[in-house]
Design a protein around this ligand. Structure first.
Ligand SMILES: Nc1ncnc2c1ncn2[C@@H]1O[C@H](COP(=O)(O)OP(=O)(O)OP(=O)(O)O)[C@@H](O)[C@H]1O
Ligand SMILES: [Mg+2]
Length: 479
């Protein structure tokens, strides 16, 4: 009876030991797997600090090569335990330690990030029926005050990410700039910053050169463009979002910086927006569709004349032509249409014939204006195919898209629903050039400020000395 109990105790002790051993090997195996996984991910996502690790390993290699480790054993009186038999393993274990120490750190920080993001994504509604949320792959600083968190997209449409933006921001105490989707890789990059977007950016006409203009400011840097890079602009957004204010700044900046640029300002909402530019030399303010048609026709004729000049002289563009001697002075022209839909949809008393002439002129300016220095800025609340000819739209290479009322209108302008999710702050916009979208705050220039900047040009003759140019970085912003 006692024997049986002893046997039982022995076998249960053995079983206990087996379990402990099994648990030990299981956790060693698991840790090795997790560490190796981090190393593979670090290489594939290029998040591993290769240089630092390599320097660490090299330093330790030299340390062992010089047998300095033996001194350390001796200092701690452990000379007799020195691992002579397993020296190879012992040495490589320590030499490679920067790599696995880094990987272990990654395992812990990933687990922490996963737990944190799981609760944030759940609150934000990014949770499927099985309770799964998007899995973070890494989170790292990419420079210029910007961070990138890559997550596995999961079954969630991008719309859901945009809706979750406010939750992610408040959960992590960050400001999300952008969500970028990589459909092939099934991943979403969350681009964010720790500083807020400025709620107001002061207007500045201090650009680096004549054709440059300030588009706005992101959380960290001012964004500028010029009429060579973006010769024609589309300014779209719902009512009150900041279109006319942006255009006011653009015209003022060009007027102050260039002493030759000519302006045709067409305001089809009654002519009030451009009233402040009246009586300025080089500026024509056109308040109705009848006069707009005539002006556009004149610009079109001038464009055709310049195209002919280019051909005759074998010049490739306006600058090329200007550089040829004895050529008349050809001035750049900026044609601005506030509420372009009025031209494409009608609505005023203009005849269909007149509208057709205006549309044809706009279309030609959009197609050929770049080469001959005729630039177009079109603003509209309604950016659909009827309100702006799609062919014209393709030639409007720089797009400022303010807040949009719905997904369809946002898609029409920037091929993304993001403009619906912009915050309500006037002046908050997305700047699109090529495929790149940048969220920014456009500069704020009040009517009074614009008037006082331009007053000196109204009373006197045109000031032919160019204003002193400063860097575009010298403007203020309020957060
Ligand atoms: N960049 C900005 N920064 C701060 N406030 C702005 C900015 N842009 C516009 N606002 C504010 O928003 C108001 C409306 O702006 P604005 O008239 O430019 O809008 P809009 O898009 O032209 O509207 P609508 O389509 O009705 O003409 C301005 O009076 C101004 O107070
Ligand atoms: Mg307006």
């Amino acid at each position: 009876m006692q024997d049986r109990t002893n046997n039982k105790n022995q076998s249960s002790q053995l079983g206990g030991m087996e379990d402990t051993l099994w648990n030990f090997f299981e956790s060693v195996g698991k840790s090795l797997f997790l560490i190796s996984k981090e190393i593979v991910l670090g290489i594939t996502h290029q998040t591993m600090p290769f240089v630092n690790i390599a320097i660490g390993c090299l330093g330790l290699f030299i340390f062992f090569k010089c047998d300095w480790d033996q001194y350390i054993w001796l200092i701690f009186n452990g000379g007799e335990y020195y691992p002579q038999k397993t020296y190879g393993f012992y040495r490589w274990f320590f030499v490679s330690s920067p790599l696995w120490v880094w990987a272990m750190g990654q395992v812990f920080s990933r687990r922490k990030l996963e737990n944190r993001m799981d609760s944030i994504f759940s609150t934000a509604g990014l949770k499927d029926r099985n309770g799964r949320t998007p899995k973070p792959l890494f989170d790292r600083y990419i420079g210029d005050g910007i961070y990138l968190m890559r997550v596995k997209r999961g079954p969630f449409p991008m719309e859901q990410y945009y809706k979750a933006k406010a939750y992610i921001e408040s959960g992590l105490g960050i400001y999300v700039d952008d969500f970028k989707e990589d459909r092939n890789g099934g991943i979403v990059d969350i681009i964010y910053s720790r500083s807020p977007m400025p709620s107001q950016v002061h207007f500045s006409s201090n650009t680096d050169y004549e054709l440059q203009f300030l588009v706005g400011s992101t959380r960290s840097t001012p964004v500028a463009s010029d009429l060579m890079q973006t010769p024609h602009l589309l300014v779209a957004g719902q009512t009150g979002s900041g279109k006319s204010t942006f255009i006011r700044g653009l015209i003022t900046s060009f007027y102050q910086n260039s002493d030759s640029m000519e302006f045709s300002l067409i305001d089809l909402k009654g002519g009030l927006e451009f009233q402040l530019f009246e009586n300025l030399k080089r500026v024509k303010v056109i308040p109705n569709i009848e006069r707009a048609t005539k002006e556009l026709k004149d610009v079109q004729m001038e464009l055709e004349r310049r195209m002919k000049l280019l051909k005759e002289n074998g010049a490739k563009d306006l600058e090329d032509l200007k550089s040829m001697e004895d050529k008349e002075e050809l001035k750049r022209k900026l044609v601005v249409v506030d509420e372009a839909a009025e031209i494409f949809l009608g609505g005023h008393h203009a005849t269909t014939g007149e509208l057709a002439i205006a549309r044809k002129a706009i279309s030609q300016i959009a197609r050929q204006g770049r080469a001959v220095g005729v630039h177009l800025v079109m603003a509209t609340q309604r950016p659909d195919a009827k309100a702006i000819d799609p062919q014209v739209k393709t030639n409007l290479t720089g797009i400022i898209c303010f807040q949009m009322p719905n997904n369809v209108s946002s898609m029409t302008v920037i091929d993304s629903g993001r403009a619906t999710h912009l915050s309500d702050i006037p002046g908050r916009a997305l700047w699109k050039v090529g495929g790149k979208l940048t969220e920014l705050q456009t500069p704020y220039l009040t009517i009074d400020n614009a008037k006082s900047r331009l007053s000196k040009y109204k009373s006197k003759k045109i000031n032919t000395t160019k204003p002193k140019q400063k860097s575009i970085k010298s403007f203020d912003m309020e957060v």
